[in-house]
Design a protein around this ligand. Structure first.
Ligand code: HEM
Length: 406
C-alpha cells in the first residue's frame, strides 16, 4: 500500500482527507482568491483567469519534448555561445526550439526605449542599495515563499546553492546593466534561457519523489507563482526604498518598474498579469505575496546555506552575523524567527540606529561631518559584498536542467 502522505491524501480527493491535509499545511495553503483586475495590467484587458492555473503553454510542451528526445545536452552546449541580445541564435538548434526562441526574444510592442534608458540611470545611482536589496531582501524572502523554497530545494540547482545564487544574481546584474535590453546587453538572453529552465522544472519536478511528497500542487511555477516571485523582487525593493525615504524622482521610479515589466514579459508572464503601475503592483502583491509567506523545512535549510555563503572567506565569523542581522532588519523579526536567525547583540542595534542616518548621509540629506565613522563602514562592507556577488555572476551560463536534486 502507498504510504499516507499529504499529497496522496489530496489526490484521493475525499473531503475528510483533503481537510486533514489542508490543516497540516495551513500556512502554505493560505492562498487568496484572485480578484486583481486585468484592467490594471500592461495589457489593460484580460479574461481574469486565476494565474494559479496558468503555466507556460508555449514553452512547457516544447521543453518537455526536448528533454524526452534527449536533445538538452546538445542545446545547452549550443546556447552557451548565445550571450548577447543582438546575436543571432546559434546554428544547429532544433527547428521547433529556434522558432520559439525567435518569438520569445522579441521585446513587447509596449516596451518604451526612453523608459528603459532612464532605468539605467536609476540602476546606476541606486546600485548599492539594489545589490543589498536583491540579495538580502528578495533573496532571503524567496526562502519563505513556500512553493519556491520547495521547488528550489528539490530541483537540480538546490544541491549547489552557490552556483544557483550566481545564476540568479546574473539576472539582477543583467537587468540593471547599462545596455540591459540593447543589442550589446544580455538581459533578453538571460530571460529567455530562464523561461526555458522554468519550463524544464515544470516537467522534471513532478518526477521527484521528494518534491511530490511535500508539494501541494501537481505542476510547479504557475503564472501566479511567477508574479509572487516578481513581487519579491521589484515591488519589495521599491517598498524598502520608500520606507527608507530614499528620494527617487517619479519618472525614475516608473522606469525601474518598466524594466521589470519587460523582464516579466520575456520570462513568459502574460501581459494581463503584469501590473501597469506601482499602485497596481502593490495591490496585487497584497493579494498574492504578503499572505503566503511562511516557514518550510526546505526554506529554513536554504536560508542557512545562504547565510553561510561567506564562510569560505571569513570562516563565517563576520559575514554570517552581519547577513543575519541585515535579514532581520529588512524582513522583520517574524521572518527572522521562522528562519531561526539568531539575534545579534552588536549588529541588530547598530543597524536599527544607524541605517536611517547612513541613507540620509549617502543621499546628501544629512551633512557629512555629522556622520559617524560607522556609516562608512556600512558603505565599505556593502560595496565589497555587492562586488563579490556581481563578479561571480558574470561568466555564468544558465542551462536547462535534465534532472532533479538526487
Ligand atoms: C531557475 C529567476 C520565478 C523556481 C531560475 C534561474 C533564474 C530564475 C535566473 C536560472 C538560474 C539557474 O539555472 O539556477 C526567476 C525569476 C522569477 C522566477 C526572475 C520571477 C520573476 C520562479 C518561481 C519558482 C522558481 C516562481 C518556483 C515556484 C526555479 C527553479 C529553478 C529556477 C526550481 C531551477 C533551478 C535548477 O535546478 O537549476 N529562476 N525565477 N522560479 N527557478 Fe526561477
Amino acid at each position: 500500500m502507498e504510504p499516507v502522505t499529504r499529497r496522496n491524501m489530496l489526490r484521493a480527493g475525499g473531503a475528510l482527507g483533503a481537510l486533514g491535509a489542508l490543516s497540516v499545511a495551513a500556512p502554505a495553503h493560505a492562498q487568496s482568491m484572485w480578484t486583481w483586475s486585468a484592467k490594471g495590467s500592461v495589457a489593460g484587458t484580460g479574461a481574469g483567469a486565476d494565474p494559479r492555473w496558468v503555466w507556460d503553454s508555449e514553452a512547457d510542451p516544447l521543453v518537455a519534448s526536448l528533454i524526452e528526445r534527449g536533445d538538452v545536452p546538445m542545446v545547452n552546449q549550443l546556447l552557451r555561445t548565445w550571450t548577447k541580445n543582438g546575436q543571432p541564435l546559434p546554428a544547429g538548434l532544433p527547428a521547433d526550439l529556434r522558432d520559439f526562441m525567435e518569438r520569445a526574444r522579441q521585446l513587447p510592442a509596449w516596451a518604451d526605449q526612453r523608459k528603459l534608458a532612464l532605468a539605467v540611470d536609476f540602476n546606476e545611482k541606486r546600485g548599492l542599495y539594489l545589490g543589498v536589496l536583491y540579495g538580502l531582501a528578495s533573496g532571503m524572502m524567496s526562502t519563505v515563499i513556500p512553493k519556491e523554497a520547495r521547488a528550489v530545494y528539490y530541483s537540480q540547482g538546490g544541491a549547489d546553492m552557490k552556483d544557483r545564487i550566481s545564476k540568479t544574481a546574473k539576472l539582477g546584474y543583467d537587468i540593471g546593466s547599462v545596455n540591459a535590453y540593447l543589442p550589446t546587453g544580455e538581459m533578453i538572453v538571460t530571460a529567455v534561457k530562464t523561461r526555458l529552465v522554468h519550463a524544464a522544472v515544470r516537467h522534471l519536478l513532478p518526477q521527484s519523489p521528494y518534491w511530490a511528497d511535500v508539494a501541494d500542487e501537481d505542476i510547479p511555477i504557475s503564472q501566479r507563482d511567477m508574479m509572487v516571485t516578481w513581487h519579491s523582487l521589484p515591488t519589495t525593493v521599491m517598498r524598502k526604498l520608500t520606507d527608507w525615504e530614499v528620494p527617487i524622482p517619479d519618472d525614475e521610479s516608473a522606469a525601474f518598474l518598466h524594466s521589470w515589466q519587460v523582464g516579466a514579459h520575456l520570462l513568459g508572464i502574460r501581459d494581463e498579469y503584469i501590473p501597469a503601475s506601482w499602485s497596481e503592483a502593490n495591490s496585487q502583491a497584497e493579494q498574492v505575496l504578503d499572505p503566503i509567506l511562511a516557514a518550510t523545512p526546505e526554506g529554513v535549510k536554504l536560508a542557512d546555506i545562504l547565510l553561510k555563503l561567506g564562510t569560505p572567506i571569513d570562516a563565517g565569523l563576520l559575514s554570517k552575523p552581519i547577513l543575519g542581522a541585515f535579514t532581520r532588519f529588512m524582513l522583520g523579526d517574524q521572518i527572522a524567527g521562522w528562519l531561526k536567525i539568531p539575534r545579534e547583540p552588536v549588529w541588530d542595534p547598530l543597524l536599527r540606529a544607524a541605517w536611517g542616518p547612513f541613507i540620509a548621509v549617502r543621499e546628501g540629506l544629512l551633512p557629512f561631518p555629522l556622520a559617524p565613522k560607522a556609516y562608512w563602514l556600512f558603505d565599505e562592507f556593502l560595496r565589497k559584498a555587492a562586488l563579490l556577488f556581481l563578479s561571480e555572476a558574470r561568466p555564468i551560463s544558465i542551462e536547462i536542467p535534465v534532472t532533479n536534486r538526487p
